[in-house]
Design a protein around this ligand. Structure first.
Ligand code: IPE
Ligand code: IPE
Ligand code: MG
Length: 256
């Protein structure tokens, strides 16, 4: 397991036809609802069904890790009633789905600054994580109140605390273990639905060599065909990690 956790900047991660780790910015719920003259929150509700379907597809197709951006550290800027609807939906989904996830051997984790969530939600998250912690069919990570900058600053603080008094400078390998998702391979594929072509403060460090796939498809419309198109696009990419195409042809698996 550990041999697969090669940092993309310090070695060459293994390549496989099926991405081992997919990270998704599930965007476009509000627009999906507005197009149908429904309130924005109806889009979030419908988006949850897409989550169920994408989780199923990942398990079926042998994707090992799926990381979903559910709520960014900047999403608190939204109208209060939308934020509170999203929190309730998250809580309800955790409560309703956790048994099913467990039955399907899915390990659920939540990354982000949980200190801003109310106590009941934080407790529900901890209970779901502890119930599913030994499952191995898929790691499903939900990023909630997550920000890539928060993640990096948090990791820097943890690194400094782990090395009190050290003055000789730090390297990537000192920081990396303190970042969220440090125990998973870096994402192979980043998908963003909803037509915007940006990262919106998602996994800033972890996406260093990830393949990006943007689609206009709104998240509630992201079905198995749309998922298949994303995987297909990924398969056609040449992942060079800084090398030339010629080097890849000569020694595709050479590590450094
Ligand atoms: C993504 O959909 C879900 C969250 C950010 C919680 P949006 O709510 O951003 O939908 P659009 O982008 O406004 O259509
Ligand atoms: C990104 O979507 C965050 C999530 C999907 C949770 P946003 O809708 O918040 O992103 P911006 O504001 O368009 O960049
Ligand atoms: Mg959006």
């Amino acid at each position: 397991m550990l041999s697969r956790l090669i940092s993309s900047t310090r070695g060459i991660p293994e390549r496989s036809d099926v991405p081992q780790h997919i990270a998704i910015v599930m965007d476009g719920n509000g627009r999906w609802a507005r197009k149908r003259l429904m309130p924005r929150v109806a889009g979030h509700k419908r988006g949850l069904e897409t989550v169920r379907q994408v989780v199923r597809l990942c398990v079926e197709q042998g994707v090992r890790h799926l990381t979903l951006f559910a709520f960014s550290s900047e999403n608190w800027r939204r109208p209060e009633d939308e934020v509170s609807f999203l929190m309730q939906l998250f809580m309800q989904a955790l409560r309703e789905e956790v048994k099913k996830l467990h039955k399907n051997r899915i390990r659920l984790r939540v990354i982000g600054d949980l200190s801003r969530f109310d106590g009941e939600l934080a407790e529900t998250i901890r209970a779901a994580e502890s119930l599913t912690r030994d499952n191995d069919a898929l790691t499903l990570t939900i990023a909630a109140n997550y920000g890539g900058r928060w993640d990096i600053v948090n990791a820097v603080n943890a690194m400094l605390a782990a090395h009190p008094g050290r003055r000789d400078g730090f390297g990537e390998e000192d920081l990396a273990p303190h970042l969220c998702l440090a125990d998973l391979p870096e994402p192979d594929l980043y998908i963003r639905t909803g037509g915007e072509q940006r990262v919106s403060n998602f996994l800033l460090w972890q996406l260093a060599y990830t393949e990006f796939y943007f689609t206009d498809c709104l998240w509630p419309d992201f079905d198995s065909d749309a998922f298949a198109r994303a995987i297909d696009s990924y398969r056609k990419r040449e992942r060079r990690f800084g090398r030339t195409s010629e080097q890849l042809v000569a020694a595709p698996l050479k590590q450094d």
